[in-house]
Design a binder for this molecule. Structure first.
Ligand SMILES: Cc1cc2nc3c(=O)[nH]c(=O)nc-3n(C[C@H](O)[C@H](O)[C@H](O)COP(=O)(O)O)c2cc1C
Length: 402
């Protein structure tokens, strides 16, 4: 594969340059200060400030702390972590070692989705090479007492295990279901000890920041969204694949980048994301405008967007853990509504009931999966309602009574 290019992650860096600088700084506090100044926010979707997350773990006085790499990448339309784990795994692992130094942990886990099991030999081999190079194990980079090692644990094919508390349950060998929060993992994580859970891409950015500085990092992106984002771009476009773009890149620019002449809509953020119509293609990929874990799906003129919504809902129905009623029951009701809309059997009143149910799911579901179930449905209704003919009377028995 030709060399990938981009302003941050795909920019040049010497092996272990970030780790060496972290060790040279000597103290966790110094590393945490650089991260705070960089304004780095997590790349897994929610955008929590990484420096703050690490500081919260560092500040606890627990006897053990853990670093966890969330490599469960299961969002429909996302495959950028797969590229990082295949082509830049040493960078990701180096980011985890730096996290160990910063929070004072001596153990880390990579939670690898079952479907990426084929990457296991490569990751294990990279870990061995790091141990030989003194970048993992005891007295890392010859610093007395800096001990850290990484174990890989495999998921078993559940999307909800990407949610950080379900991931921790699964890491512990339990059924992967989200926990109540609070307490948060920074306080009560793996086996009850403070833990930082971060996305693969977040870890891949860290060595660059430590090697090149917070100011260098902030030169890319917007005021509120520093750096760049890896996008997994798929759908009705010529140049599908993983692209690194500065935060602040507009959807129009993405279309140009991927050689797309025209599009009806762009789904940003996967199954739980939003469907952006053509009139809004000047909107930008950024935490303050269109946040995304990386999934960007381009939809051509011929697409019936309700087909996409149905596809997402079927996926979410399969993947819901079923713990909480809004998510467990709500998804089926949305699926039924989608069929009614497609069959021209849905009334305006019923549609309004669905928008009200959407609010219930958004505020009463236990985790981000249920909370984001209605997003695609609502944005398609908001922007493309005119494409669907509503009925004057309900022609089908309803599952939901408003
Ligand atoms: C259903 C669901 C699936 C998720 N899947 C992932 C995932 O595959 N990878 C990931 O990094 N974060 C995922 N997240 C977000 C994590 O809970 C968590 O916010 C993230 O790992 C934190 O990392 P960051 O601070 O580096 O962004 C998911 C969240 C939900 C609700």
């Amino acid at each position: 594969m030709s060399k990938r290019q981009g302003p941050v992650i795909f920019s040049d860096i010497e092996p272990y340059a970030g780790l060496k600088n972290a060790v040279k700084l000597g103290k966790s506090e110094e590393v945490l200060e650089i991260l705070k100044n960089s304004n780095l926010r997590g790349r897994g979707g929610a955008g929590f400030p990484t420096g703050l997350k690490w500081k919260l773990v560092f500040d606890t006085e627990a006897e053990k702390k853990f670093v966890v790499c969330n490599a469960d990448e299961g969002e429909p339309g996302t495959f950028k972590d797969k590229v990082l784990l295949s082509e830049y795994v040493s960078l990701v692992l180096e980011g985890m070692v730096i996290a160990g130094f910063a929070i004072g942990a001596d153990a880390g886990f990579m939670y690898l989705r079952a479907e990426y099991k084929f990457l296991l030999p490569l990751i294990e081999e990279t870990l061995s090479k790091m141990r030989e190079a003194g970048a993992l194990g005891k007295n890392i980079m010859k610093k007395d007492g800096f001990n850290f090692d990484i174990e890989i644990r495999l998921g078993a094919g559940a999307y909800v295990c990407g949610e950080e508390t379900a991931l921790i349950e699964s890491l512990e060998g339990n059924r992967g279901e989200p926990r109540n929060r609070p307490p948060f993992p920074v306080d009560t994580g793996f086996e009850g000890y403070p833990s930082t859970v971060n996305n693969v891409e977040t870890f891949a950015v860290i060595p660059h920041i430590l090697a090149k500085g917070a100011e260098w990092f902030k030169k890319t992106g917007t005021e509120k969204s520093a750096g760049s984002k890896l996008l997994s771009i798929s759908g009705d476009c010529k140049e599908k694949g993983v692209w690194e773009v500065p935060y602040g890149t507009s959807l129009n620019e993405i279309l140009k980048l991927t050689g797309t002449e025209s599009a009806k809509a762009i789904q940003v953020g996967g199954a739980g994301g939003v469907c952006v119509p053509k009139k809004d293609f000047e909107r930008k990929i950024a935490f303050e405008d269109l946040p995304t874990g990386g999934s960007v799906i381009i939809l051509g003129q011929e697409r019936n967007l309700m087909d996409m919504v149905k596809n997402f809902l079927e996926f979410l129905k399969e993947e819901s853990c079923g713990q909480c009623a809004p998510c467990r029951e709500g998804i089926s009701v949305f699926l039924e509504a989608v069929d009614m809309i497609k069959d021209e059997k849905c009334t305006e009143g019923y549609l309004q009931d669905m928008l009200s149910l959407a609010e219930t799911l958004q505020c009463a579901s236990k985790c981000g999966l249920g909370q984001s179930v209605p997003n695609a449905f609502c944005s398609v209704i908001e922007n493309f309602k005119d494409e669907y003919k509503l009925s004057k009377t309900i022609k089908k028995e309803r599952a939901f009574n408003g």
